[in-house]
Every structure is written in C-alpha cells, then in structure tokens.
Design a protein around this ligand. Structure first.
Ligand code: HEM
Length: 154
C-alpha cells in the first residue's frame, strides 16, 4: 500500500508535538529500548558504564532525535517519491556505524517498538492505531535503507 497524505500528516503533526520536549522523549525512548532488550546497553558508549540512563547526555539525545527526525523525513519522502532516499554521505555513515556496532535485524525491531511506545506516551490520547502504523511503516522503509547499506559495506 502506498504511503498516504494522511499518514504523512500524522507523522509530521505528531513529531511537531513531541519535539517540544526532547529531554523527556529521548529518556523515554531509551527506557523503552532497555526495557525491551536490556542486552543492547553495552552497545551504546553513553550507557555501557552506567546503571542509570543519563538524563543529560548529548549523544543519547542526538541518537534519539536523529532516529525520530529521520523517520519523519522518511514519511515525507515515501509520500512524495514513493521511496526513502538518504543522501550518499549520510547513508554511508549510517551503514558503517551500525555495521561496526554489529546491529542486527531484531535490534532494529526493538528500536521500532520503543519508538512506537514513545509516540504513544508523547501523544497520549491523541495517539491511535493509524498514527502508530504510519510511524511504523516509515521506520520500516528507513531501516531497510540502512540495512541495505550495511550489507553493501560488509
Ligand atoms: C549511532 C542513526 C537505529 C544503535 C548512530 C548515529 C546515527 C544513528 C546518526 C551516530 C553516528 C555518529 O555520528 O557517530 C540511526 C537511525 C536509526 C538507527 C536513523 C534508524 C533506524 C539504530 C538501532 C540501533 C542503533 C536499531 C540498535 C540498538 C546505535 C549505536 C550507535 C549508533 C550503538 C553508536 C552510539 C554511541 O555509542 O555513541 N545511529 N540509528 N541505531 N546507533 Fe543508530
């Protein structure tokens, strides 16, 4: 099914709301990631040596925001072009960083689930299945582009 104008709008509008509170959003995303898969803790430089998720860590915040922003951009592209196109140098960086860290397909699913739970939390009563599906679909396309690049660099 093609990505609809409505789906693009759902993702864009919810991101506009959620980005007003980045500290809460990023902390929640990581809380969910570790709740679903505690074993990924060691992968992140800013988590591996602590027992608590740091509340004010620039790298943690950057990864959370980049994931959200890029999924949002993916939604816009899916609607406009029908596919996700990441610029060459960004795609290379994304491919090589995640390849080096050995990120697996199940771990991409973990981050998706955590992202959806964060949308639920951030949007509260305004969240519905359609909104979650739109985020989920856009994420799938973005993750697929990163995974393809990881395979190329192997
Ligand atoms: C690092 C984006 C998914 C784990 C990064 C970086 C970016 C990024 C831009 C930083 C590169 C740099 O400047 O050094 C994304 C996007 C994702 C995604 C857009 C969307 C699908 C994931 C997933 C995992 C993951 C599913 C698995 C748990 C990591 C780790 C690092 C990283 C461990 C290194 C962080 C550190 O220790 O500083 N990612 N990522 N990412 N990513 Fe992702």
């Amino acid at each position: 099914m093609d990505f609809s104008e409505k789906q693009e709008a759902l993702v864009k509008e919810s991101w506009e709301v959620m980005k007003k509170d980045i500290p809460t959003l990023s902390l929640y995303l990581y809380t969910m990631i570790l709740e679903i898969a505690p074993e990924v803790k060691g992968l992140f430089s800013f988590l591996k040596d602590t027992n608590e998720i740091p509340k004010n860590n620039a790298k943690l915040r950057a990864h959370a925001v980049i994931v959200f922003k890029m999924v949002c951009e993916a939604a816009i592209q899916l609607r406009g072009k029908g596919e996700v196109v990441i610029s060459g140098s960004t795609l290379k960086l994304l491919g090589s960083v995640h390849l080096k860290k050995g990120i697996t397909d199940p771990q991409f699913e973990v981050v998706k689930e955590a992202l959806i739970r964060t949308v639920e939390k951030g949007m509260g009563e305004r969240c519905n299945e359609e909104m979650k599906d739109a985020w989920s679909e856009a994420y799938n396309h973005l993750a697929a582009a990163i995974k393809t690049e990881m395979k190329k660099e192997e």
